[in-house]
Design a protein around this ligand. Structure first.
Ligand code: TRP
Length: 335
């Protein structure tokens, strides 16, 4: 039987932090190492253009994110790893799908609606600052997925609607023309922890509460020391269920380590001591990958070669599927 195709995209904005590592990078790489799947991971750099018009940042973020995934153990022999913008078939399919997508469907997309809500709230024109990239974002995402006829698409909860839209668009195409596309399914991992940030809210760049992933031991230690705690003194029992330190510790600990730390909290471990142990645990998991990351960042050509090889492999598959879609729509040769 043909292997199941698993595909996911990583929007190349910003620099990866510990929350991205725990919530997305680590679980996705673990899944990709399973034998019974064929994985496609790509840098969604076309999507990055929707929000970022600073070419230097676009360039830097793609490089950092590629290096991060490779350093964390993504095996380019096992996973087809490529840049979205290196696959002309994706841009081509984007247009073909645009022509079968109802505008009304796009009106309902969360990201667009959120932008409109903010404008209405501010008593501005409802489409102020909204470019067509944002409005049509789900079509491009459908093209990413359908160009490969992916069966499973691992994503965060916020992306489920987009996968449902990709299914809708695929169904519509299949109905009008011919059965060309697999109807993709979102896979949401309920077990992966949503990591808390320095202030106890979800770790996110937009809250400015992140812990850096590969910026060196010193910065890691410094960030961990900044995690909010309460004023309980050493010796006073602390509640592990209401502690960001314990929360982050748990995301890196074995079940035994977690139990030991829980007991230490109840026994009144000092905050300074708990943070020291947290640093040691996290640093131990990241040290080797950090070194690989630095080596890769110093050698962008190596990353380029990996991505180019990935693009060749990816295009082999995408070409077949997109050519068949073109033909189904009547874009055929006259001879
Ligand atoms: N929009 C996704 C995100 O922000 C990234 C993405 C782009 C994606 N294209 C995709 C994810 C296709 C899965 C499949 O997380």
């Amino acid at each position: 039987m043909a292997k199941e195709i698993v595909l996911t995209g990583i929007t190349t904005s910003g620099t990866p932090h510990l929350g991205n590592y725990v919530g997305a990078i680590r679980p996705a790489i673990a899944t990709s190492l399973q034998a019974n799947v064929e994985s496609y991971f790509f840098l969604a750099d076309y999507h990055a253009l929707i929000k970022c018009q600073d070419p230097e940042r676009v360039k830097q973020s793609r490089l950092e994110i590629a290096a991060t995934w490779l350093a964390c153990g993504l095996d380019p022999e096992k996973v087809t790893f490529y840049r979205q913008s290196d696959i002309p078939e994706v841009a081509e399919l984007n247009w073909l799908l645009t022509c079968v997508t109802a505008k009304g469907l796009m009106n309902r997309a969360h990201a667009y609606k959120a932008a409109v809500d903010i404008n209405v709230e501010a008593e501005q024109d409802s489409d102020f600052g909204v470019n067509m990239g944002l409005f049509c974002y789900p079509v491009l995402m459908a093209a990413d997925i359908l160009a490969f006829n992916a069966h499973k698409v691992p994503v965060g909860r916020d992306q489920i609607q987009h996968i449902e839209m990709a299914r809708d668009i695929a169904g519509r195409f299949n109905h009008i023309f011919k059965d060309n596309f697999v109807l993709p399914e979102a896979v949401v991992d309920e077990d992966t922890p949503l990591l808390k940030g320095l202030d106890g809210r979800k770790m996110s760049k937009s809250y400015n509460n992140t812990i850096p992933l590969f910026e060196g031991e010193k910065k890691l230690k410094k960030a961990i020391n900044k995690i909010n705690t309460n004023l309980l003194e050493p010796g006073e029992p602390k509640d592990p269920n209401d502690s960001t330190v314990f929360d982050i510790y748990s995301a890196f600990a074995t079940p035994e380590q977690k139990e030991e730390m829980r007991q230490k909290f109840l026994d009144g471990i000092a905050w300074g001591e708990a943070k020291k142990e947290l640093f040691a645990l996290v640093n131990n998991e990241l040290a080797e990958a950090r070194e690989k990351y630095q080596t890769l960042m110093a050698n962008p050509q190596r990353i380029e070669d990996i991505l180019q090889a990935g693009a060749v492999r990816a295009r082999t598959r995408a070409k077949l599927i997109v050519t068949s879609a073109r033909q189904a729509m009547g874009l055929v040769s006259f001879s």
